[in-house]
Design a binder for this molecule. Structure first.
Ligand code: 5GP
Ligand code: ZN
Length: 105
C-alpha cells in the first residue's frame, strides 16, 4: 500500500517521533502551522473518520489519551485537536490522524 503514514509506522520513512506504543504513534508534522504541531495516528490503516468501525472504538479513545499524555509532558496550557475528513474537508493523507496544535496566538 502506498501510504506515507504506513511507511513512517514501518520505519521505511524517517520522522521526528514523539511517541510510540503497539497501537499508536505520534510524530512532528513536516510542515508545522503552529509552534507545536504533532500528528497522532493509529498503526492500523484506517483511511479517515468516515471509515471507523465499531471494533475501532477503543483504539479511537486511546488516540485521545495519547494526545493528553503528550500535552501533559509538553506542559501545554491549551491546545487544539483537528481532524480533516475527505478532500473537501482538507484531508490530504488518507490515513486517519489527529493534528495537535499549540503555541499559536
Ligand atoms: P491532512 O491535510 O491530511 O489532515 O494533513 C496531513 C498532514 O501531514 C499535513 O499537515 C502535512 O504537513 C503532514 N505530512 C505530509 N507528509 C508528511 C511526512 O512525510 N512526514 C510528516 N512528518 N508529516 C507529513
Ligand atoms: Zn496508512
Amino acid at each position: 500500500m502506498d501510504c506515507i503514514f504506513c511507511k513512517i509506522i514501518n520505519k521505511e520513512k524517517p520522522t521526528d517521533m514523539i511517541y510510540e506504543d503497539d497501537k499508536i504513534i505520534a510524530f512532528k508534522d513536516i510542515n508545522p502551522v503552529a509552534p507545536v504541531h504533532i500528528l497522532i495516528i493509529p498503526k492500523k490503516h484506517i483511511p479517515s473518520v468516515d471509515h471507523i468501525e465499531v471494533q475501532d472504538k477503543e483504539l479511537i479513545g486511546k488516540l485521545f489519551l495519547v494526545v493528553q499524555k503528550i500535552a501533559r509532558e509538553k506542559k501545554l496550557k491549551g491546545y487544539k485537536i483537528g481532524i480533516n475528513v475527505g478532500r473537501e474537508g482538507g484531508q490530504i493523507i488518507d490515513h486517519l490522524h489527529l493534528h495537535l496544535l499549540a503555541g499559536r496566538e
